[in-house]
Design a protein around this ligand. Structure first.
Ligand SMILES: Cc1ncc(COP(=O)(O)O)c(C=O)c1O
Length: 385
């Protein structure tokens, strides 16, 4: 089935009332079918439901849609993107091995890997965000490569096809698909073994819920499920319901956000108050052609980054003057949000690397929402002036 059909009906929930919408199951305990060995209720993937920390039917409905739209075999939903990453790292990283990560990824991911590398005794190799650097850093002792195809916040595009061509199948490749979403890219179709999502962003899309997911095509998800079960990272039913609801409009939201973002990137490129604009949808972007090669549609997402002319104090002044756009972290939601990544979001990237990446103190990351593009441009214009 096509994407638009799967996001509204891929949960496959059925009950004897004929409900279209999966109910919010609030039960923390589930009765054994019978008293005795192995007589718990089992889900369609074979994991058992006895207790709310193990499984939940509303969560399971969300997992079914996510695995379909990412072309995976199964999915696990967590109470945040970071909880999903923790289970992933605990399970797959081998002590004594190497983990390769571009140093432009979400900075809490970097911080978590750094903290774990000390505890679990693995070597964290931080590389420039490009396919070439990743491939060149690979050796046989690599137990995981973790990357974001469209980097946060300067929107560099890493050529996943090049990574796949050179080292696909040789090590575990994990792609954080939060920025690109399955609308632009389905990493499991290429060589990725696991996809990570912060569902908090485009998938839920309304700035009202936090969640995360791991989706896999071939790996045994039950091992990962065990980590979720014992560390207590499962999402609660109401949050899963909100994500299921938000997900239904992902395609229309992402299309509109991408179109408005391109309009805004073009507008900012011409603005005398702006030093530089980062957006792969601009034909002048060095990442435009790789984005067009990789992405399944001619859309480039709803995030635009740009430098305010005049340095840090002008950038702070600009943020203070915004009226429609909110000064807040996160991205991918219905409301437009702006932030200074050097102070919030990318602060765990070491300063030297940050500057090399272009994350200066006057860099603004704007997540475009669903407001009218004219109102957004007017807001940006008055604040820049
Ligand atoms: C690309 C990316 N991955 C992972 C995360 C972590 O997700 P969460 O905030 O849901 O824990 C974020 C959060 O901003 C993110 O931007």
């Amino acid at each position: 089935m096509k994407f638009g059909t799967e996001i509204v009906s891929g949960h496959e929930f059925r009950d004897h009332f004929g409900s279209h919408i999966p109910p919010i199951y609030v039960s923390a305990v589930y009765e054994y079918i019978d008293i005795g060995e192995g007589l718990a209720v089992y889900t369609d993937r074979g994991t058992y439901v006895r207790y709310g920390r193990e499984e939940n039917p509303t969560v399971r409905a969300l997992e079914r849609v996510l695995s379909k739209i990412e072309m995976g075999g199964d999915a696990l939903v967590f109470n945040s993107g970071m909880a999903a990453e923790l289970a992933l790292f605990l399970h797959f990283i081998k002590p004594g091995s190497r983990v390769i990560v571009p140093y432009e990824v979400y900075s809490s991911t970097l911080l978590l890997l750094e903290k774990l590398s000390e505890k679990m005794n693995f070597k964290l190799i931080k590389v420039w965000p490009s396919a070439r650097s990743i491939v060149e850093s690979y050796n046989e002792n690599t137990s995981m490569i973790f990357l974001e195809v469209m980097t946060n916040p300067t929107l560099k595009v890493i050529d996943l096809l090049e990574v796949c061509g050179e080292i696909g199948g040789k090590t575990l490749i994990v792609v954080d698909n939060t920025f690109t979403t399955p609308i632009l890219l389905k990493p499991l179709k290429h060589c990725a073994n696991i996809v990570v999502h912060s569902l908090t962003k485009y998938i839920a899309g309304h700035n009202d819920v936090v969640g995360g997911a791991l989706i896999s095509k071939t790996l045994n998800i039950i091992d990962l499920w065990d980590w979720r079960r014992i560390t207590g990272g499962i999402i609660q039913a109401f949050e899963a319901y909100l994500i299921l609801r938000g997900l239904k409009t992902l395609e229309v939201r992402f299309e509109k956000q991408s179109k408005t973002a391109l309009e805004i990137a073009e507008f900012l490129s011409e603005h005398h108050g702006v030093e530089e604009v980062y957006y792969p949808g601009l034909t002048s972007s060095p990442y435009h052609s790789v984005a067009d090669k990789l992405f399944e549609r001619k859309l480039y997402g709803g995030v635009v980054a740009f430098k305010v002319k005049g340095g840090y104090s002008r950038a702070v002044g600009f943020l203070k003057k915004l009226k429609v756009i909110k000064r807040a972290p996160s991205l991918g939601g219905t409301e437009s949000l702006a932030v200074l990544p050097a102070k919030a979001g990318s602060m765990f990237i070491p300063e030297e690397a940050r500057l090399k990446l272009g994350i200066t103190e006057n860099l603004v990351r704007l997540s475009v929402g669903l407001e009218d593009p004219e109102d957004l441009k007017e807001d940006l214009d008055q604040a820049l002036k």
